[in-house]
Write a protein that binds this ligand. Structure first.
Ligand code: M6P
Ligand code: ZN
Length: 187
């Protein structure tokens, strides 16, 4: 294939041209927030977009690099901040790099054998997510949280484990500030 370029608008979080834009709404995340009553109340009123991902497609092979830009909107379900679904890679021995571009976030990570980690994001923070670590981004600020992701072409997404067991840590608001706490429902 030939070299190519796209344009990343790092203030807006868009890539053009993008091959695909993933739009995730509240209703796509029904089971993922700890306060199910708050989720039900919010869904009765509306179904807002929680985040969008501008994706550039490359061949799904190990030598290639997927790259995408995500925008997580500000907000909470109950006391839990808007966040991505979070995933392991389908090919678990593949890493990822996240770079913060706008706003404030928290990266939650965990392994299958019970290790957990988190990294606070502001513009310029560049995190290395090693192979075998599941990852979820959370918007802990009042503005949009925008970040770039780069990962191997063959990595794929495995959402099943996180959907079933949740993340070991939650990011919730306490006394007006974000805190990372153990998830009492984590299985
Ligand atoms: C980042 C990357 C993407 C991922 C997106 C949203 O941009 O890791 O691969 O799709 O975040 O996260 P999720 O797929 O967990 O909803
Ligand atoms: Zn990933």
């Amino acid at each position: 294939m030939q070299p190519f370029a796209t344009v990343l608008d790092w203030r807006e979080g868009t890539i053009s041209p993008a091959d695909n834009v993933v739009v995730r709404r509240l209703s796509d995340m029904k089971t993922m927030y700890h306060d199910q009553a708050a989720m039900a109340r919010m869904l009765k009123a509306s179904d807002p977009v929680l985040y969008e991902v501008y994706e550039v497609h490359v061949p799904p092979e190990a030598g290639h690099l997927n790259h995408c830009c995500s925008i997580i909107y500000p907000g909470k379900v109950g006391d839990e901040y808007f966040m991505t679904k979070g995933h392991f890679h389908a090919v678990e021995g593949t890493a990822e790099i996240y770079v913060g571009l706008q706003g404030e976030g928290m990266l939650l990570m965990q392994t299958r054998d019970g290790q957990v980690a988190h990294i606070a994001f502001r513009p310029g923070v560049m995190a290395y997510i090693p192979p075998y670590w599941a990852h979820r981004m959370v918007n802990i600020g009042a503005e949009r949280f925008i970040f770039l992701g780069v990962y191997p072409g063959n990595a794929g997404h495995n959402y099943g484990t996180i959907e079933q067991t949740g993340f070991a840590r939650l990011v919730v608001e306490r006394d007006g500030a974000p805190v990372v706490i153990p998830n009492p429902q984590a299985g």
